[in-house]
Design a protein around this ligand. Structure first.
Ligand code: 5GP
Length: 551
């Protein structure tokens, strides 16, 4: 079922590998037809080429908008050579068939990203290229379609050995359709964003990209969440850089769970403007901290504090830093069993130190990290879309908070409240986060009742502490009443709650543990009860007016 390659149509924007392709095809006896600048590049390789305008008898025109859109091209691609009638018609019309089509379209997505004007972007919407790709993919029983320069080696091999077999042509067709689908979806997304549709825009102001997702398969993963689940990474065409675009500098291949955790970790760490580190397990932070003001090596300091949140759970975790990883940070991380470290960059010395560990994965984010503006969540049979929770959201500015109970916080306490309020949103709801000095010491998360999250946060604060630069003398370092030897880290600390306290009981647990100030959205029907409990205990409580569920 091989189709010998005798005549090829080549029209490529990306000229990578073009010379080798032309030479290889020519050596295999293939005749080449090409568009303008592609054709001009081929003779340089010492290969004869026919211009497509000679085939059509029509000049390329309208600034290249019309080059290959012609029956002499499309009949040559679309004729089904298994049908005698098609073969006869080609003969009557004096049209010669193509056995191979090699196209890659104008770089529409890159042009959008470059900040080009609307007219420039429009000019980069390729019409003739994708038309040929779709025609050749449809006619895969007779034609092979190649869209990726990485496959040119295979093309030359096939030309030398009697052509591609049917199975390969079918696979190539499937890749080609995926390519044009992604291309068109990117176009739909861009036009929707540019020109909008007033009616829809009024309904969903935050959803210019509602035209859909354009995904391209990036890599196969060994397995999914569990070993019996097949899995792959797909990259969103035209997306802002994120974990899917990260560059791996060292270590084993990323797993499905590594990607999920790394994403949760960068989301947590990059939520802060100041140097910050998050340590994540099972998509939840078990450590999160910002550098102390004046720290000699801020990111190493933030890491030491984040590790101290829960040094037990940090084993096997994923660490994200929002600043380049320094030598000092690497020296500490190398002693902690860690799955992944992800950061904007790594100092060369840090890479050297960490690469001594065979399995640790180092991920750099050379393009930075931005959260996608729209988030998607699959539900059975469909998809939920939402505007992503903002990094700087309503309710983040303490100047707009209302003092619901107690005295206004002093500057240091307020800074801790601001930290806790930003940090708690990276823990799955219901979430409670206790923090002194810009570092979480107890996080309760993912519970079905807020009361349990409060209990967990206090328990973790008071049992997991190793006295890093603290101990019984440090603030909040009183000896644990339970006699575990761990410092009572909740005492004198602040706490944040990702949503309101529905009853006073959860807050009371924090009060009993010695928390001195609390920030929460407010808005419960029982707010009065909750405020009374805070007042009775003499603690400070702020309402932000905004909540941050995260499921
Ligand atoms: P060249 O660089 O050879 O002049 O043009 C190659 C590019 O033109 C390819 O990216 C191909 O997809 C695109 N192309 C081929 N035919 C047409 C056409 O008829 N109209 C438009 N707009 N683009 C075409």
């Amino acid at each position: 079922d091989r189709v010998p390659i005798r005549r090829a149509l080549i029209s490529v924007y990306d000229k990578t590998g073009l010379e080798e392709l032309a030479q290889g095809l020519h050596a295999a006896g293939v005749r080449i037809v090409s568009t303008g600048s592609t054709a001009r590049n081929i003779p340089a390789a010492g290969v004869p080429v026919t211009e497509v305008s000679e085939v059509t008898g029509f000049p390329e025109c309208l600034d290249g908008r019309v080059k290959t859109l012609h029956p002499r091209v499309h009949a040559g691609i679309l004729a089904d050579r298994r049908l005698e009638d098609h073969v006869r018609q080609l003969k009557d019309l004096e049209v010669e068939a193509f056995d191979l089509v090699v196209v890659n379209p104008y770089p529409f997505v890159q042009t959008v990203r470059s900040g080009a004007s609307q007219d420039e972007v429009v000019e980069q919407i390729d019409i003739g290229g994708p038309s040929m790709v779709r025609a050749a993919a449809k006619n895969h029983p007779s034609v092979a379609i190649v869209v990726d320069p990485a496959r040119y080696g295979d093309v030359v091999e096939a030309a030398k050995s009697g052509g591609f077999d049917l199975k390969t042509r079918r696979r190539l067709a499937s890749l080609a359709f995926a390519h044009t689908a992604a291309y068109d979806t990117a176009g739909a997304k861009w036009t929707a964003a540019q020109f909008g549709d007033d009616a829809d825009a009024a309904e969903m102001p935050a959803f210019p990209p509602y035209a859909g997702l354009a995904l391209e398969r990036s890599e196969s993963l060994r397995y999914g969440e569990n070993p019996h689940q097949a899995a792959a990474l797909y990259v969103e065409v035209g997306a802002e850089p994120g974990i899917a675009q990260a560059e791996q500098l060292h270590g084993k291949a990323m797993s499905f769970n590594n990607y999920v955790d790394a994403d949760a970790a960068v989301r947590a760490a990059f939520g802060f403007a100041e140097p910050a580190v998050a340590v994540v397990k099972h998509a939840n932070p078990c450590g999160i901290a910002v550098a102390s003001p004046g720290a000699a090596d801020p990111i190493a300091d933030a890491h030491a504090k984040a590790h101290a949140t829960d040094p037990v759970s940090a084993f096997g975790g994923v660490i994200a830093a929002n600043r380049p990883v320094t030598e000092a940070m690497a020296e500490t991380v190398k002693n902690i069993f860690t799955e992944v470290v992800v950061a904007p960059a790594f100092e060369p010395e840090a890479v050297r130190i960490l690469s001594a560990k065979k399995n640790i994965r180092l991920l750099a984010l050379p393009g930075g990290f931005s959260r996608d503006a729209v988030e998607y969540k699959q539900v059975s049979g469909g998809m939920l879309l939402q505007a992503a929770d903002a990094i700087d959201a309503a309710g983040d500015d303490p100047a707009a908070w209302t003092l619901a109970a107690g005295e206004a916080a002093d500057e240091a306490t307020l800074a801790d409240l601001v930290f806790a309020w930003r940090a708690v949103r990276s823990a799955k709801s219901n979430a409670i986060l206790i923090a002194p000095n810009g570092a979480a010491v107890g996080i309760g998360m993912g519970q079905v009742i807020r009361l349990d999250s409060c209990r967990l946060a206090v328990e973790r604060a008071n049992t997991l502490g190793v006295a890093v630069g603290g101990g019984a003398d440090a603030p909040g370092g009183a000896e644990n009443a339970a006699g575990t030897g761990a410092p009572e880290r909740a005492r004198g600390a602040v706490a944040a709650s990702d949503a309101f306290f529905p009853f006073a009981d959860g807050l009371q647990i924090l009060i009993d543990a010695g928390v001195k100030a609390v920030v929460q959205p407010g808005g419960s029907v029982r707010d009065e009860e909750v405020i009374e409990a805070a007042k009775a205990a003499g603690i400070t409580m702020y309402f932000t007016g905004a909540r941050h569920f995260f499921h």
